[in-house]
Design a binder for this molecule. Sequence first.
Ligand SMILES: *Cc1c(COP(=O)(O)O)cnc(C)c1O
Length: 492
Amino acid sequence: MNFISTRGGEKVSAARAIVKGLADDGGLFVPEKFPCVTEAEMAEMIEASYPERAAKVLKKYLAEYDEKELLCACEKAYAKFEGDPAPLVRLDDGVYMLELWHGPTCAFKDMALTLLPYLLRKGCDICGVKEQILVLVATSGDTGKAALEGFKDAEGTKVMVFYPSDGVSKMQKLQMGTQEGENVNVVAVKGNFDDCQTAVKEIFSSEKCASALLEKGTVLSSANSINFGRLAPQIAYYFSAYLDLVSSEQIAMGEEIDFTVPTGNFGNILAAYYAKRMGLPIRRLHCASNKNNVLTQFFETGVYDARREFYKTTSPSMDILVSSNLERLIFEISGRNAKLTAKRMEELKKDGKYDISADELAKLCEVFDGGCANDDECVEAMYDVFVDVGYTMDTHTGCAMKVAQDWFEKHKKDETKMVIVSTANPYKFPQDVLYAVTGNDVKDSFKGIKRLHAATAMAVPKCLKELRDKPVRFNKTADRKKLFEEVLDFVK
Ligand SMILES: *Cc1c(COP(=O)(O)O)cnc(C)c1O
């Protein structure tokens, strides 16, 4: 299977798309066409383990990767999880939580970033890339830690993470600052996530940066969800959730279901859309935002307008105004019109906005709708579920819960099963979750963990508990105009 850029231009193999991350024209790589998973193939996957299911889905896109080796890599990656990597928990009649946070850093980013180092290393072998790979990451909090953990001490690879200096939670900052490994670096960037992501994207698309790095025997790659290698493993858990519903007789094979996905950079929900295009019976996708509800507005009006106030919320991994992966959806909705997609992305860069036609919007709304929750509404939703059924969720998932509740309220007769994607362990945001479920406000994260444990009796993950005693290795802050200097300094 070949990959093409959303902005025209090049056509490359899957391995090359993963190694490059971003196309030369600044576009994102998308599969030339969507591979199909038939109902018979799905039936065969019912008895399979999670790694087996993941390898099957991945192989559909990654023709040059050896199937046995791929399975072996999936087994190794998902062995790093506590128990089932993507368990489905029944919340209520017809409502389920898909928990994607049982990995080494307690957020759903682990689903892809435990596997990406293999996909990248193998991709380099396939393409004959001999240089050292430098993985650059712009993070709103969770990707950074998951990438550091995934790539730490990986051979022939260095990983460098940039995060907005005051845009991540205390816990996220501690997780990154205390990272172990000889090949890692973490730098805070003055500004918000969009500033940080833009600065990193500029390094990626600069020929000058590329040749300066090549002189040092280094090529760049990306672990952000603009990289197809990030997206592909995320498609698998939508299949897995569906198969779990079938095997537990909650639905019949072929029955359509809905997903609600807490959304920031539009990677997670885009993977669901890809699963649908591959044949997974998905009816609707509900896109959940926080107060930074640029996507909600987009699905209502067809206008993507990033010229608006940026809010810091209790769901920092969704504090984003420019959702990179939306470009892939826009490309599909336009009938795969690369020229039009390039024009829109140019408008976004220049004017901070673009719009789509009424026909395109209508097509989009056959599948997607958007909703949002401010911090207070998120707290209410988390509290309701905690009191009603004793289930504790994190703040990002809380936003999704509110959006799902709004949907139920408006569609009382709708019997379609709903899966809400749960993206972080509640202990990753202990103070905010504690406040939501008990009304108690504590200043210290570790006190928050202790109290939250007392209130919920949920097990505290070791990787968060032990942060308290780990030495901080990285605490540098840089100006966003000077990021490349930091990069060169790290590579030398
Ligand atoms: C990254 C993240 C999100 C947003 O996912 P996208 O793929 O960027 O839309 C939501 N919740 C949590 C906890 C995250 O870490």
